[in-house]
Design a protein around this ligand. Structure first.
Ligand code: NAP
Length: 253
């Protein structure tokens, strides 16, 4: 992915990782469109920055995705990069029968959302020079967090989907996966203050360096130092030990 001169659509650009990446890409000389449901948060991302645009829509709504993609392309026909960053997390306790509303919402938002938005934009992206799709998965795609099995499964699904489309789009659209470790955002309440989570600015800086440090072509996977033990757990034989550690962090009962 080239470092500047892109028109980049970032879902979930009103907060956390999406906002941090939006600001860095904007600073580097890109046009950026941020999307999400909370207009005030999107406007905060764009405040004082000419060249950041906002578009409000719900990534869990299939029809809204089709409408938003059409509206964004009408206004930004040079769109060449899609960043599927929006995501949602809920703790779960699958030891007992429960309401599956949260689980279903995580699958619709974290898996179907990126699949649907990619589908709405793929024919356009395929015609653009320097086109890229960047999907934001998670270290939990590689070592699941038992406190939220569905979240972990949704990110494993996004990883698999990303790996599957990469060779099919080779030569037309670069397909990149960002694999965050636990980062200081409000993905879960209070996490932005958690000293065990990676500081957001540090994470965003390392992502930018990995994405753009080797010219116009990026690595297929962007794994900051802090997530590499998770990413490589199966390969290195540390999966069982890391899963046991994640069980320790999981609420009892
Ligand atoms: N922080 C971490 O520890 C961590 C670790 C691994 C992976 N990730 C992933 O990183 C991505 C960004 O998360 P974050 O940490 O930056 O948390 P965040 O600040 O909560 O960001 C999530 C964003 O997704 C948007 N979003 C959620 N549901 C949506 C919906 N139905 N429609 C449209 N937008 C929606 C939210 O905007 P609205 O609420 O305004 O819609 C919000 O801006 C997520 O995919 C997350 O799973 C985060």
């Amino acid at each position: 992915m080239k470092a500047s001169g892109n028109t980049i659509l970032i879902t979930g650009g009103g907060s956390g990782i999406g906002r941090a990446l939006a600001h860095r890409w904007h600073d580097a000389g890109n046009r950026v469109i941020v999307t999400g449901r909370r207009r005030d948060m999107l406007e905060e991302t764009a405040a004082g920055r000419e060249g950041i645009f906002v578009h409000e829509f719900d990534i869990a709504d299939a029809e809204a995705i089709v409408a938003a993609a059409a509206a964004i392309l009408a206004t930004h026909p040079g769109l060449n990069v899609l960043v599927n960053n929006a995501g949602t997390y809920n703790g779960e306790n699958p030891r007992h029968k429960r309401d599956l509303g949260d689980a279903e919402r995580m699958i619709v938002t974290n898996v179907l959302g990126p699949i649907r938005l990619t589908n709405a934009l793929i024919d356009h992206l395929s015609t653009q020079a320097d086109a890229a799709i960047v999907n934001v998965s998670s270290g939990t795609a590689f070592v699941p967090y038992p406190a939220s099995p569905t979240y972990s499964a949704s990110k494993a699904a996004l990883h698999s989907y990303t790996a599957a489309i990469r060779p099919l789009l080779e030569g037309r659209v670069e397909v990149i996966e960002i694999v965050p470790p636990q980062v200081q955002t409000e993905l879960t309440p209070g996490q932005s203050q958690d000293p065990n989570s990676m500081p957001l600015a540090e994470f965003a800086d390392e992502v930018m360096a990995l994405l753009h440090g080797s010219g116009d072509r990026s690595p297929a996977e962007i794994c900051v130092e802090r997530v590499r033990d998770f990413r490589n757990a199966e390969r290195s034989g540390s999966f069982d030990a890391l899963l046991a550690m994640m069980v320790e962090y999981t609420p009892k009962g």
